[in-house]
Write a protein that binds this ligand. Structure first.
Ligand code: CU
Ligand code: CU
Length: 470
């Protein structure tokens, strides 16, 4: 284990307080959880500089943040306040043709294909809102090359909160057939005020700003070199326990770090499977309930059979003092957690988080989908079910070395456990992901799989009726 003290954010705040300072990339993200930082940013229109590297060492069509709070973050959410000047520099990191475009501001970089070549866009943001930056090379945005620019950051209890829902399509490319190697993984413990539901915010603990943390993908025999950093602005220590690791605490006892520190450890993946990782700092259940979980897929030798779509979904519960549906900022409730009486159940971190058009699962008739489904919990077992579908194959308990179950309606997934399910799509429509303990649907636990394509009356025929719960 190594520990490094990172550059203190306090100094950045001092700099921000000086009027008309140009914030460098390293200090560009005034933490949404730190009102002082926002006050500083609002007091003086600043030039915010962000740097995005295409691909990096991810092997994916993504932007990777460089420097500051976005360092190493895939498709980082960029933030600014109205009146700020934003400068985004794109550096080509993969030798493929890319650009960065934001339609609303009518800005675009040059299209660049040379490694290490760069171009910038600079523009003033006036309107509060959420915008999308993306690569306009055909197919790249669809493959995942986009992120958000949020203008206007929350400064108090009535604020909107950051969008912490991880897009279920945010799945790394298959590893496939290659020799074992060492894979470096960078994770950052970030405490953010995020949006729990429409008009409701809370403090989340996250890996890399979203829930669940990034899906990681390696093959059996790989050595995973974990670099965990805890943000300087954090209030709590954090750590990480990989269920894929064989070793004390799954690494947690080698990675419990205070704000501003970094820990490094490595483990060899001895068995294939889909494994949960989570923070294991006491109160562990508090950290997990606040969003600190994710999954790592350890592919068997030769990889998984190809499918058309892969999705990443995790279930958890949230314990708040205020009743379900309360507007404004809501507070964590330790007693309700010990009583296992959550107010919210969530897929990917937020109530109805996977029902918006841009966060639902999307596929088409004739395609085969694979869902990597896990339960962060901390406490509730899921009776995972897709309304209107039969799961052709269920890799029960996420065991990839056992034969799958076939033709399954509902499958059990315990806290700290996972499953891998596959099915083909025969007819179009809206298919609903639920935990079939359906009271939880009324506490936010619902996601949509939207399937495009032509109807097949031989398989399903009828007239839509109003008012169904489905
Ligand atoms: Cu933690
Ligand atoms: Cu665990």
């Amino acid at each position: 284990m190594t520990r490094n003290t990172r550059f203190p954010l306090a100094l950045a705040l001092v700099l921000a307080a000086a009027m008309f300072v140009t914030l460098t990339t390293g200090f560009a993200l005034a933490k949404t959880s730190d009102p002082a930082a926002n006050a500083g940013a609002a007091a003086a229109a600043a030039t915010l500089e962000y740097t995005l590297l295409t691909g990096g060492d991810t092997g994916q069509l993504v932007f990777v943040g460089v420097g500051g709070d976005i360092d190493g973050v895939i498709n980082p959410t960029l933030t600014a306040n109205p009146g700020d000047v934003v400068k985004i520099t794109m550096i080509n990191g993969d030798g493929m043709l890319h650009d960065v475009v934001i339609d609303e501001f009518d800005v675009r970089t040059e299209q660049i294909a040379d490694v290490d070549a760069q171009d910038s866009i600079t523009f003033t943001v006036d309107e509060v809102g959420e915008y999308v930056y993306y690569c306009s090379v055909p197919g790249h945005r669809q493959a995942g090359m986009w992120g958000k620019l949020i203008v206007g950051t929350p400064t108090g209890d009535s604020a909107t909160g950051a969008d912490i829902v991880r897009n279920p399509a945010d799945v790394p490319a298959p590893v496939g057939d290659r020799e074992p190697q060492t894979v470096r993984v960078d994770l950052v413990a970030e405490e953010v005020i995020g949006q729990l539901a429409d008009g409701t915010t809370m403090t989340y603990f996250t890996f890399n700003g979203q829930v669940p943390g990034p899906m990681l993908r390696v093959r059996v025999g790989d050595t995973v070199e974990v670099h965990l950093s805890n943000e300087t602005s954090s209030q709590f220590p954090h750590s990480i326990d990989f269920h894929a690791a064989t070793g004390p605490g799954g690494g947690a006892v080698y990675s419990n770090i205070n704000p501003g520190e970094t820990a490094v450890f490595s483990f060899k993946t001895l068995a294939p499977g889909l494994f949960v990782y989570h923070c294991a700092t006491p109160s562990v259940a508090h950290h997990i309930a606040s969003g600190m979980y994710g999954m790592i897929l350890v592919e068997p030798e030769g990889g998984l059979d190809p499918v058309d779509r892969e999705f990443y979904v995790m279930q958890g519960e949230i314990y708040t003092e205020e009743p379900y549906g309360t507007q404004g900022f809501v507070h964590f409730d330790h007693d309700k957690m010990l009583a296992e009486a959550p107010e919210y159940f969530v897929f990917n971190g937020a109530a109805a988080g996977l029902t918006a058009d841009d966060t639902a699962l999307h596929a088409a008739v004739g395609e085969t989908v694979r869902i990597f489904f896990g339960v962060g919990g901390p406490n509730f077992t899921s009776s995972f079910h897709v309304i209107g579908e039969i799961m052709d194959r269920v890799y029960d308990q996420a065991s990839l070395t056992s034969a799958p179950l076939t033709d399954v309606q509902t499958t059990l997934v315990p806290p700290g456990g996972a499953t891998m399910v596959e099915f083909s799509l025969d007819v179009p429509g809206r298919f609903i992901l639920v935990d079939h303990a359906l009271s939880r649907l009324e506490r936010g636990l619902v996601g949509y799989l939207m399937v495009d394509g032509d109807p097949d009356p031989a398989i399903f025929d009828g007239e839509l009726t109003e008012g169904s719960g489905h």
